[in-house]
Ligand binder design. Structure first.
Ligand SMILES: Nc1ncnc2c1ncn2[C@@H]1O[C@H](COP(=O)(O)OP(=O)(O)OP(=O)(O)O)[C@@H](O)[C@H]1O
Ligand SMILES: [Mg+2]
Length: 351
């Protein structure tokens, strides 16, 4: 079952927004599957959107994180801190059918709810990788895979797809998410620092160094030692690149530079990319490369604000006035006609 992680070491590029939009759209396009979203970020932004947005979603998050026993990702992590090396097989009780709270989310979408306590648990998770059996690091890095396996087995291995939203920083819970994922979707925005950021994951995940002799990440070293899988790059998603894209604009120059950088990454590391659809030939030109590995998601402006704040997936958003924090915000059809096919077409490229 394909497991996609949304990750970029850079913050604020749209990982959570895309997790929300893509998972909902994917669930609509694949009614025959179950979709599992795991919110591996303590900010829990994807959970908040899925559960209904800034009011309903945040209230739901508060309820989830104060319930006893805890029914969030932190509840599962707590189970594992208690039993780090023997799988307690409790994962399935953490997948929540989102539609029970937010009717606009398809009923085949399930969520392991994010929780800010993940941050506090992080040091104890790191602690579990050190003592214990010789392969403690490997076993701990399988926790999220175990969680997914528990949910899949409770679904009697019904066809499913998994999406993980990740925190930007390469902390222990991001490492656990990387070990659980087999495909990586890397959103980026068009600014100077994104050019560097699209490369950072290469050193953190694959040990590809910018400067020879630089220190390697423990994640890379141990993934090798324990022969753990590391996700391959499925797609670089230029998010919100559509402003000011006149051919001579500074913005266009930055976008082009980032595009070239991504192409160079491919040329030097083709084995780190997930050729798709499965069975396709590797790209033979820059154009073919772009078609397979690069996508663009438009800036949704007010529609994104309404969609996120009210927990309405873009496809379910309708034209007309919307009530947002006591104000009326108009959504027009022209906007939707531009945005809905954009997200639909991107999701169609996800197997
Ligand atoms: N395509 C888009 N159109 C309009 N707004 C967007 C789009 N993508 C993201 N945003 C907005 O940009 C902001 C940052 O997005 P988001 O929170 O998803 O980033 P992130 O990468 O998850 O951030 P973090 O690194 O903090 O987890 C949010 O307010 C989100 O609603
Ligand atoms: Mg986020």
């Amino acid at each position: 079952m394909p497991t996609y992680a949304f990750w970029n070491n850079k913050g604020g590029v749209g990982k959570s927004y895309l997790t929300f939009q893509v998972a909902c759209e994917y669930a609509l396009q694949h009614p025959d599957q179950n979709i599992l979203v795991i919110d591996a970020c303590p900010q829990a932004n994807a959970s908040s959107m899925l559960l209904g947005g800034i009011d309903a979603g945040d209230q739901a998050l508060d309820r989830f994180s104060t319930q006893s026993p805890l029914r969030t990702i932190s509840g599962y992590v707590e189970d594992r801190i208690r039993s780090p090396y023997v799988n307690p097989r409790t994962g399935s009780s953490y997948a929540y059918q989102v539609n029970q709270l937010n009717r606009l989310v398809p009923s085949n979408l399930y969520l392991v709810v994010g929780d800010e306590q993940l941050e506090i648990q992080a040091s104890r998770v790191v602690g579990a990788t050190v003592p214990g059996p010789q392969d403690a690091w490997r076993i701990v890095h399988q926790w999220f895979s175990d969680l997914i396996a528990d949910v899949m087995s409770s679904w009697n291995n019904h066809p499913a797809t998994v999406f993980l939203d990740c925190n930007p920083s390469f902390t222990i819970y991001t490492e656990l998410a990387m070990s659980a994922a087999d495909r990586l979707i890397v959103p980026f925005t068009a600014d100077g620092s994104s050019k560097r950021a699209v490369r950072t994951l290469l050193s953190l995940l694959y040990g590809v160094q910018r400067n020879p002799g630089a220190q390697q990440s423990t994640f890379y070293l141990n993934s090798n030692v324990f022969r753990m899988t590391v996700p391959n790059i499925y797609s670089y998603v230029g998010n919100r690149l559509t402003q000011n894209l006149g051919p001579a604009s500074a913005f266009r120059t930055v976008v082009n530079e980032i595009g070239d950088e991504i192409h160079r990454i491919w040329q030097a590391n083709p084995s780190r990319f997930a050729i798709h659809p499965v069975g396709a030939q590797p790209p033979r030109s820059a154009t073919e490369f772009r078609r397979m590995f690069q996508a663009q998601i438009k800036d949704a402006n007010t529609a994104s604000v309404v969609s996120s704040a009210l927990g309405i997936p873009l496809r379910k958003l309708t034209a007309g006035p919307k009530q947002l924090a006591g104000r009326t915000v108009p959504i027009n059809q022209t906007q939707l006609d531009r945005l809905q096919p954009n997200i639909r077409d991107f999701v169609q490229t996800i197997e």
